[in-house]
Design a protein around this ligand. Structure first.
Ligand SMILES: [Zn+2]
Length: 259
C-alpha cells in the first residue's frame, strides 16, 4: 500500500516501503556527492559529475544549501521508514474492522513480482486458530508478512530460528507477537488439566505467562507480552535492531490492540 509523503509544504508524492528505501539510498548518494566530490574540487572544477549534477559551477553557499537539504530529507526518510511497518499494520487492521479492504487481489502479478525474492516488512507470530489469519486481519498481500503460527503462539527454538532468518537474512524490521481472545491453548493451560500427547509441551511454554487471578483474555495478553520479551532478548534480533511488539486480536470486533 502506498502512502502520501511530502518533504516540504508541496503536494508530495506517493510511496510504499520499497520506494522510501530507494529514495533514501538516492538521497544518501546525493549527500555523499556534495560532501565528497565537491569538497575535493577547486573552484574552477565545479562541473558535472553525474547523478543529476549539471554542467555548471556551484557556489559554496549553494553546495552548503544542498547538503542541508539532502541531510534533512534523509532524516525524514529514515523516520518514515522506521514508522512504516507498524503504521501499515494498524491502517490495514482499521480497514479490516471497517470492512473496507483496500488490497486489490492481483495474484498473477504478485506471483511474478515475488518470484525474484521477498522482502516482508513484518514478522507475525500468532496462534494457529483458524479465525486469526494475519494477512486478512491486517489487509496485507502476498510477500508482505513473514508468518509463524502454532497453537498458543509459543516461542521455541524453531520459532526463534524463523524469526532470526527473517530479521537477519530478509531484513524484516518489525516482529509482532499476537495473542487473541478465547484462545483454546491459553484456556486449556489455565484450566490446568492433564493434557495428552504433545499438547503438553505447548502448555508448558504458556504456563509461566499465566496469572491465575486473571481472566483468559488477560492471560493471552500477558502471554503475548512475555513471548515478545523473549524475542526482544534474542541476540540476532537485538543486533539487527528489529522492533518487537505484542498485540491482542479480538475475535468478535476484529480489532487488534497494541500492547
Ligand atoms: Zn489460540
Amino acid at each position: 500500500m502506498k502512502k502520501r509523503y511530502s518533504f516540504d509544504s508541496g503536494s508530495g508524492f506517493e510511496a510504499d516501503l520499497a520506494e522510501l528505501r530507494r529514495l533514501l539510498a538516492e538521497n544518501r548518494q546525493y549527500l555523499t556527492n556534495y560532501e565528497e566530490v565537491f569538497s575535493s574540487l577547486e573552484d574552477d572544477d565545479y562541473v558535472a559529475r553525474g547523478n543529476g549534477f549539471c554542467d555548471r559551477k556551484y557556489s559554496e553557499d549553494f553546495v552548503e544549501g544542498q547538503k542541508e537539504k539532502f541531510a534533512r530529507r534523509i532524516e525524514m526518510l529514515e523516520k518514515w521508514i522506521a514508522e512504516w511497518p507498524l503504521e501499515a499494520l494498524k491502517e490495514g487492521n482499521a480497514r479490516f474492522v471497517a470492512g473496507k479492504m483496500a488490497r486489490k487481489m492481483d495474484y498473477a502479478n504478485d506471483r511474478e513480482r515475488l518470484s525474484q525474492g521477498q522482502q516482508p516488512f513484518a514478522v507475525v507470530l500468532c496462534c494457529s486458530d483458524s479465525r486469526v489469519a494475519p494477512e486478512i486481519v491486517f489487509d496485507q498481500g502476498l510477500g508482505d508478512l513473514f508468518v509463524i503460527r502454532n497453537a498458543g503462539n509459543v516461542v521455541n527454538e524453531d520459532v526463534l530460528g524463523s524469526i532470526e532468518y527473517a530479521v537477519e537474512h530478509l531484513g524484516t524490521p518489525l516482529v509482532v507477537v499476537m495473542g487473541h481472545s478465547s484462545c483454546g491453548a491459553v484456556t486449556a493451560t489455565c484450566q490446568g488439566e492433564d493434557l495428552p500427547g504433545h499438547i503438553k509441551s505447548i502448555a508448558e511454554r504458556i504456563r509461566p505467562s499465566l496469572d491465575t487471578s486473571c481472566c483468559i483474555n488477560d492471560n493471552a495478553r500477558r502471554h503475548a507480552q512475555r513471548m515478545a520479551q523473549m524475542i526482544a532478548e534474542n541476540p540476532i534480533v537485538k543486533h539487527e535492531n528489529a522492533t518487537v511488539v505484542a498485540a491482542f486480536y479480538d475475535l468478535r470486533s476484529g480489532l487488534v490492540e497494541w500492547r
